[in-house]
Design a protein around this ligand. Structure first.
Ligand SMILES: [Zn+2]
Length: 103
């Protein structure tokens, strides 16, 4: 839902988009992976960027569930933990827990 959408591959996957990623717009996904240097783009309150380079997902800055497009400009890499964190902040922890039960 929203921010949580597509599993990316580990390190080597950051250089080639996951199959089926962003529909037929894999080139945009590849550009986003390259732009983000194959690393989670989450930055904490102290300005430190997350160092995760595995189990990355494409995060929709404007949530997909709220109409956000799957465009180069609207997606960035997030590790599963930070993608989930942002989804919970956006939609609520209980809502996301329910979604995981039925996923
Ligand atoms: Zn992260």
């Amino acid at each position: 839902m929203g921010a949580v959408l597509i599993w990316a591959q580990a390190q080597k996957g950051a250089r080639s988009p996951p199959r089926g990623c962003l529909g037929s717009r894999g080139d945009r996904a590849l550009r986003a992976s390259e732009r983000d240097a194959g690393q989670c783009t989450y930055v904490d309150g102290h300005g430190r960027r997350c160092s995760a380079r595995t189990l990355l997902e494409y995060h929709h800055i404007e949530p997909y569930a709220l109409g956000g497009p799957s465009t180069f400009e609207n997606v960035c890499l997030r590790c599963a933990t930070h993608n989930q964190l942002e989804a919970e902040e956006q939609f609520g922890a209980s809502f996301m827990a329910q979604k995981r039960l039925f996923a």
